[in-house]
Design a protein around this ligand. Sequence first.
Ligand code: FAD
Length: 328
Amino acid sequence: MRDEIWVFIEYQDGEMIENCKEILYEAHRLARIKGKTVHALVMGKKVKEVYEDIKRYGVVTIYSVEHSLLATYTTDAYVAALESVLTMYRPLLLFMPSTTNCRDLAPRLAARMKTGVVTDCVKFTWGSDDVLLMTKFIYNRKAHCTFDSHTGRTQLATVLPKVFPPALPKQCEEEVPVYNVPIRLNSSDIRTQVLGVIEAEASSVDLSEAGMIVAGGRGAKSKEGFMLIHELAYALGASVGASRVATDEGWVPFERQIGQTGKVVAPKLYIACGISGAIHHTMGIKDSGTIIAINYDKSAAIFGLSDIGLVGDMHEVIPLLIQKIQKY
Ligand code: FAD
């Protein structure tokens, strides 16, 4: 087992995503305590475009895997590629961002490599020897739990965004070596094919930064019904969010989804309309300021979390609210 801490780099337009900068900050902190080194692992079809950015964050080496089958993310290709790289180099730890891709990738990879993975970590401390203690929230953030790992194999962890500060870029004085790792991938082993990529709406705001959110769920009933959510949001100057039902139905794009597999938000005001309050949704809104719920079922779970509850049909309540708001 090598004495190295690796960070899996996700990137966009030649720059690594913010979550990776935060992981690099924490990786360097952990490395300093134990005298270890931090290395980056980057994969894709045109990986070179991100080298310059990575080099500014104090890594000792960049391990690079370039392959046409890694052009867009597929579970089979990325798991196979990562497995062969990790089997070859056997780093002590591999940190990954808690992005949609890595949330899919990390558990699959851990199962394949018979190693441990802790997802959505919020804290790391060293235990005895080289055992890392990894802490994450459980029970809808009501408690936290710390895990350690004794598998003797590379430990995997995904890290929640906005928990650690981002590492700051520095002028790179020393040459950072790039190792091009050769891997074998067969297109016949890859069971899914990406037919196209739908770009996110250019104008969409980052929900995790929004100050006010009006979100709609199954209660909206249709894409046309969901227009009411847009109208209320417009009247308030708020952003539009949604439950998974609403995004799965195609009433709003996926980047509007809030919850476990969507965005984690913390607005000052959150209005949930026709949303039941399933735990997968509410874990994404727990840090909101005031929560208002509109639901015609007075026993809906969302009322347990809300500060203000309006029991009624959202298709009747929302137009009245809009009228009131417009009077001010
Ligand atoms: P429902 O649960 O069907 O609730 C609809 C609510 O609307 C009901 O309470 C009903 O009383 C009310 N209603 C209906 N009509 C009206 C009306 N006219 N006026 C007022 N109220 C009305 N969900 C997410 O949201 N985000 C996630 O990230 C997410 N991740 C998931 C991850 C996993 C692994 C799994 C298994 C599930 C995940 N889900 C997620 C799904 C989640 O469990 C729920 O199924 C989903 O949140 C329910 O959406 P909803 O509240 O819109 O629909």
